[in-house]
Design a protein around this ligand. Structure first.
Ligand code: NAP
Ligand code: ZN
Ligand code: ZN
Length: 348
């Protein structure tokens, strides 16, 4: 089995550090990808630090991967050597349950196989290791086609931040005439703004960071509300069709539910460490609902990548060397990034 350079967390308390990992020999349907860029998602931090529980070390994070096909297995039909491809949050699923069969494999009844911190389904007992590495080997059915060669670093975050916000906004049928609020202007939030604007909605950013006012309008948002100002929030009570919550830290959902008008939906994608508090009174008012959403299917991810190509949508990024990863985590926790770190893997 090939040994590959990577960066990973040896345990929940130590910094991310260089390690060597093994990638499997190619199965007939496998694609070997040389990784060019990998985005840094807040889920990488939650997992590396075991904030959700269930981390098995070492953890090699990274699930916003763009690279070039280096080799293909004997039965691969969808990709050829040299092609630019993406790998997102999911690298396998059972492929036979009703959700898998209807292009909802992210909701596989057995649980989808994450790109990192999961057990491979090939019976080898190997753990999946993510994109903070030189190469990855993935079944062709979980590899995405990347259109165009411009700004590949700006495409990498689409593989998680992009699809995770595109999918619920599509599910909620966001369109012209709708009022959408995006709470938490981070990696996911800024993509949500771009998509909601592209779908024609009137978009408001609700953020704890006053430094993001100008930026929000540059992203296309029409309004900005400072989340720390209770009067400002109250003045928007019962006024939105959709509130998309992309906050990474513990917070109260009720103040955002209160912003929804009749039949309004709180789309929850952020995954803080602890269970949120929630008022049933805020929920019954205006017949509001809360909808959770996990990434998107492979089919929908391809649709989203094609949509971004057609509409010239990229993530706003700051490129870093892999050696800066621990500093990048600290800056993300402070909200000091506009809006996604992307690792240039040539620095590995
Ligand atoms: P991120 O880039 O770190 O952005 C999170 C944003 O949350 C920050 O920019 C900040 O926005 C806001 N925030 C942070 N601390 C806050 C606090 N104490 N109170 C209120 N707001 C706060 O994170 P991300 O990569 O976008 O990920 C966001 C969340 O989505 C994470 O929990 C991640 O694990 C989860 N996620 C879920 C899925 C899914 O399938 N559902 C997929 C990927 C990620 P402002 O500065 O604007 O306030
Ligand atoms: Zn992610
Ligand atoms: Zn399944």
């Amino acid at each position: 089995m090939p040994t590959v350079k990577a960066y990973g967390a040896p345990d929940s308390k130590s910094p991310i550090a260089p390690i060597s990992i093994q990638r499997r020999e190619l199965h007939p349907h496998d694609v070997q990808v040389e990784i060019l860029y990998c985005g840094v998602c807040h889920s990488d931090i939650h997992t590396a630090r075991n904030e959700w529980g269930g981390a098995v070390y070492p953890v090699v994070p990274g699930h916003e991967i763009v690279g070039k096909v280096k080799a293909v297995g004997t039965a691969v039909t969808r990709f050829t050597v040299g092609q630019t491809v993406g790998v997102g949050v999911m690298v396998d699923s059972c492929r036979s349950c009703s959700n898998c069969k209807t292009d909802y494999e992210q909701y596989c009844e057995e649980g989808m196989t994450g790109t990192y911190n999961a057990l491979e389904r090939d019976g080898s007992g190997m753990r999946t290791m993510g994109g903070y590495s030189a190469e990855i080997v993935t079944d062709e059915n979980y590899v995405l086609r990347i259109n165009g060669h411009e700004n590949l670093a700006g495409i990498a975050p689409l593989l998680c931040a992009g699809i995770t916000t595109y999918s619920p906004l599509r599910f909620a049928n966001v369109k012209a005439g709708m009022k959408v609020a995006v709470v938490g202007l981070g990696g996911l939030g800024h993509m949500a703004v771009k998509f909601a604007v592209a779908f024609g909605a009137e978009v408001t950013v609700i953020s704890t960071s006053s430094s993001k006012v100008q930026e929000a309008s540059r992203l296309g948002a029409h309004h900005f509300v400072l989340a720390k100002d209770p009067t400002a929030l109250e003045s928007h009570a019962s006024s939105f069709d959709i509130v998309l919550d992309a906050i990474s830290a513990d917070h109260d959902y009720t103040q955002y539910l209160n912003l929804l008008g009749l039949n309004g939906k709180l789309l929850v994608v952020g995954l803080p460490e602890h269970q949120p508090k929630l008022s049933p009174f805020a929920l019954i008012k205006n017949r509001r609902s809360i909808v959770g959403s996990m990434i998107g299917s492979i089919k929908e991810t391809q649709e989203m990548l094609d949509f971004c190509h057609e509409h010239n949508i990229f993530a706003e990024i700051e490129t870093i060397a892999i050696s800066q990863i621990n500093e990048a985590y600290e800056r993300m926790i402070k909200g000091d990034i506009k809006y996604r770190f992307v690792i240039d893997m040539s620095t590995l």
